[in-house]
Design a protein around this ligand. Structure first.
Ligand code: SAH
Ligand code: SF4
Length: 419
């Protein structure tokens, strides 16, 4: 979502303020730092980052701090880093042109509604295009700061989403990537009167766009994975067979304390049903270890789900105490020592599972959309089910879909040959 927010800011500045993009901070007239605040570490990094940009920036160049940390620290950023020129929170992105023209501009209103704002157009990739379908989040999982930085959930009107998709496809995009904190809760609330539509309908309607070949999305919430959603996902040929199912914990007790709204049994039922409906699906997940009160038994439940679902990809984190969240004040916070041990056990097990999954890909054939030039003459792209695949080749392959046979599968990338 931050990548897309950055694209929006770049687009607005290019079109309305005549800025040009540079990756060289030394020659920039404006330096934007787009921040995350989901875990504590990036927040600390922000201030050292501002410090290092201050040292190298041109005389008179501005520094803007954007994103979730800007939302929740607000004014405090000016106090801790007086050389910052403006602070622009997530969900206030459309104010970027005002921010660059107003001394010490502070825009961190989490009730600001930009769900109807049609941003100017800029994309990092010609072939894959991110499209926001909702802003904010209503879930208030007890560990999570996002509802405090991105505000309440509002769906973006279907017409805006469709127009973005049409525009991208007319410029050569083959893939759209729908973004939201709970994409499969789409349609719950719009700012203005809107036809009834849910996420499954949205997928079906977008898949009718001619020339569009692939639809991806993140993040769906396991709670909203009803049968129709699983069916549309499995049957619609344009919907990529890669599902992110953020588990967080395998223990029903901990899930309850996290306020996730589902149990271990519901999660396993959905994941295993998905595996049976869609034989090539790859399932990725997010796991938090050492949430307050997590016992050895709770952690074993997480390991149990890992072994039963055998995720193709896992993002795992130690619980990080965040301001404004309920979990921050819970008793039984777990020591960093135990958290590190659990994270290690989880990751070692997952690597084992992954090695088995990877070995099984040898000689399989995948349709790959090539997107990236890599070193040593390799070109890489993703299969429908999200494996990173590379072949020897040149830039002529970029943006093309080709059938590839896997010859040498490795953990980080599957090597193959074009058929
Ligand atoms: N809306 C998405 C998640 C967005 S945050 C969802 O519900 O899945 C991305 C991931 O960061 C989360 O899935 C969670 O695993 C992790 N995360 C969020 N808050 C965290 C915290 N306080 N400590 C550690 N990890 C956290
Ligand atoms: Fe955070 Fe939960 Fe919302 Fe995801 S669903 S953004 S984890 S509050």
């Amino acid at each position: 979502m931050n990548v897309r927010d950055s694209e929006h800011m770049i687009a607005e500045l290019k079109e309305k303020e005549n800025y040009e993009l540079t990756q060289d901070a030394k020659e920039a007239d404006l330096i934007l730092i787009n921040t995350c605040s989901v875990r504590e570490k990036p927040v600390h990094k922000l201030f050292s980052e501002v410090g290092s940009f201050e040292k190298i920036k041109k005389n008179g160049a501005k520094i803007g701090v954007c994103g979730c940390t800007a939302s929740h620290l607000g004014d405090e950023i000016f106090k801790r880093a007086p050389n910052v020129d403006f602070v622009l929170g997530a969900r206030n992105v459309s104010k970027i042109t005002k921010a660059v023209n107003t001394p010490k501009f502070l825009g961190n209103d989490i009730d600001f509604d930009e769900s109807n704002y049609a941003f100017a157009d800029f994309r990092n990739s010609l072939y894959k295009t991110y499209i926001n379908i909702s802003i904010g989040c209503d879930k208030h999982c007890t560990y999570c700061i996002v509802p405090h930085t991105r505000g309440d959930e509002i769906s973006i009107p279907f017409e805006i989403i469709k127009n973005e998709a049409l525009k991208a496809v007319s410029k050569g995009a083959k893939e759209i990537f729908l973004l939201g904190q709970n994409v499969n809760n789409y349609g719950k609330r719009f700012s203005n009167a809107h036809e009834r539509i849910n996420f499954s309908d949205l997928l079906e309607k977008l898949s009718e766009i001619e020339g569009l070949e692939r639809i991806r999305f993140t993040s769906p919430h396991p709670l909203h994975m009803d049968d129709r959603f699983l069916e549309v996902f499995s049957k619609n040929p344009k919907v990529c067979k890669s599902m992110h199912m953020p588990l967080q914990s395998g223990s029903s007790e901990i899930l309850k304390a996290m306020k996730r709204g589902y149990t271990k049994e519901w999660y396993l039922d959905r994941a295993l049903k998905l595996r049976s409906m869609c034989k090539d699906v790859s399932i990725s997940t997010d796991v938090i270890v050492a949430f307050p009160g997590e016992s050895d038994k709770d952690f074993e439940d997480t390991m149990d789900v890992l072994e039963k679902v055998r995720f193709e990809q896992m993002f795992s984190f130690k619980y990080s105490k965040r301001p404004l969240t309920k979990a921050a004040t819970m008793p039984n916070q777990i020591s960093d020592d135990i958290a590190s041990k659990r994270l290690n056990i989880l990751q070692v097990k997952h690597t084992e599972i992954l090695d088995e999954i990877v070995a099984k890909q040898k000689d399989k054939e995948f349709e790959v959309l090539f997107e990236e030039l890599r070193s040593e003459g390799f070109v890489a792209g993703r299969s429908d089910n999200n494996f990173l695949i590379q072949v020897k080749g040149s830039e002529e392959l970029l943006g093309k879909m080709k059938k590839v046979k896997i010859t040498n599968p490795r953990r980080m990338v599957l090597n193959g040959e074009i058929l």
